[in-house]
Design a protein around this ligand. Structure first.
Ligand SMILES: *Cc1c(COP(=O)(O)O)cnc(C)c1O
Length: 410
């Protein structure tokens, strides 16, 4: 008899974005003439930049010649891309990494989900709350999260990030965490972490032998020069942190698929006997066994982001989105709303007025100004009483949506 992995059955059936789509569709059926604008989407909308498109064409042509054809590539990624990463994303910030510490992947979702394979099932995990759902769900699937009770997993330590603590997670003092997931700039709150706060986390990790999984998927949106782009800007982080990067939000690669993970060679975890084991060779082994590498064409596309033209074009797309973020911040603040984020990230996190629930406010926005936002509670218990707006729409839609919200608020 084949027995199923019953941990999967613990996952709640409701998937946040499916629930939203269902409610939006129900509204559209009863209001066929209404023009609904979505400020809820977590996907980019601007086209790939010309430098990337040219690189894709060139790589495709090359693959069509007998000299240029490539079959299976290195599981860790091609050196041309790993070198471009070392040089542009790290050396420019004074961070020296070895090429073998960079693992090219097909996006940060895969690796933030897969990385937990490296640690025993009974490690305790800490997450900032609200949170990108992949971190918890991937742990649920192998039985590390315990059971779900009232929206909380029994073996997960939730570190609330709310307006009350300025969205800065408190270092856990009452309960030890073996592994902690941090994501900055943050999805969904759009807030960032200062170097000083991040240093506190690194020091905590070094002192308590805690492993940090650091998701830097939105680092390209940072405009404030004092905000760290990488956890390795903090001394000692090489001994306690794995970092995830993605070209999805940086350069519109959600459909192209490419990103990378940094696993420093100094990073170790303990066996039950107390022996230290380096994680870099384990991750390499894992990838060689289960991952076939990102396509050559996607990697050439990613390399093009680091050319002078690519950098300029990517940065102009980011400016496009951040213009929306500014519009939203100004307009919503002008209406008297409490809003956060949106300065170094493409997300605006807004407190619902008069303490109404996330889902109630979501429905009011849908039925009133016909604007879709994302209910904050969908990202975790501390998201209750908030909604998320994204800056990934067009200028026109964003301006129209804000105008409608303004009229409706009056
Ligand atoms: C979008 C996103 C990612 C990136 O996912 P990809 O698999 O690279 O497309 C990773 N982490 C967070 C928090 C995200 O919002």
């Amino acid at each position: 008899m084949a027995l199923v992995n019953e941990h999967f059955l613990k996952l709640p059936n409701n998937y946040l974005f499916a629930d939203i789509a269902k409610k939006v569709n129900a509204f559209k059926v009863t209001h066929p003439k209404a023009d609904v604008i979505s400020l809820g989407i977590g996907d980019v909308t601007r086209p790939l930049c010309p430098a990337v498109v040219e690189a894709i064409h060139r790589a495709a042509e090359e693959m069509g010649t007998s000299q240029g054809f490539r079959g299976y590539g290195p599981e860790q990624g091609y050196d041309f891309l790993r070198e471009a990463i070392l040089k542009n994303d790290f050396l420019t910030r004074g961070i020296h990494l070895d090429i073998d510490e960079i693992f090219i992947n097909d996006g940060a979702k895969s690796d933030t989900g897969n990385i937990q394979e490296l640690i025993r099932w009974d490690n305790s995990i800490g997450v900032t709350d609200p949170i990108y759902p992949v971190y918890i769900d991937s742990n649920v699937m192998i039985g590390r999260a315990g059971t779900l009770d009232n929206g909380r997993w029994s073996n997960v330590v939730y570190l609330p990030c709310t307006a009350e603590n300025n969205f800065t997670p408190r270092i856990p003092e009452d309960r030890h965490v073996d592994v902690v997931y941090l994501c900055y700039p943050n999805n969904p709150t759009g807030t960032v972490i200062s170097k000083k706060e991040l240093r506190r986390w690194v020091n905590y990790a070094l002192k308590n032998d805690t492993l940090i999984f650091y998701d830097a998927a939105y680092q390209a949106y940072i405009s404030d020069p004092d905000i760290p782009h990488s956890i390795y800007e903090i001394r000692g982080a090489r001994k306690c942190a794995i970092e995830f990067h993605s070209y999805s939000k940086t350069a519109g690669f959600t459909g192209v698929r490419c990103g990378y993970t940094v696993v420093p060679k100094d990073l170790t975890a303990a066996t039950l006997q107390g022996e230290r084991v380096a994680l870099n060779p384990l991750w390499n082994r894992r990838q060689c066994t289960k991952f076939n590498g990102t396509s050559y064409i996607s990697q050439r596309a990613a390399e093009a982001i680091y050319t002078p033209e690519g950098k300029e074009q990517v940065s102009s797309t980011i400016s496009y989105y951040m213009h929306n973020a500014r519009l939203m911040l100004e307009a919503l603040r002008g209406m008297g709303h409490e809003v956060y984020g949106g300065e170094n990230a493409p997300y605006i996190w807004m407190k619902t007025p008069e303490g109404i629930s996330s889902w109630k406010f979501f429905e009011e926005m849908l039925y009133g100004p016909h604007v879709v936002c994302t209910p904050g509670v969908g990202f975790g218990p501390s998201g209750e009483g908030y909604v998320r707006f994204t800056a990934f729409g067009s200028h026109e839609d964003t301006a129209t949506a804000l105008e409608r919200i303004r009229k409706w608020t009056r």
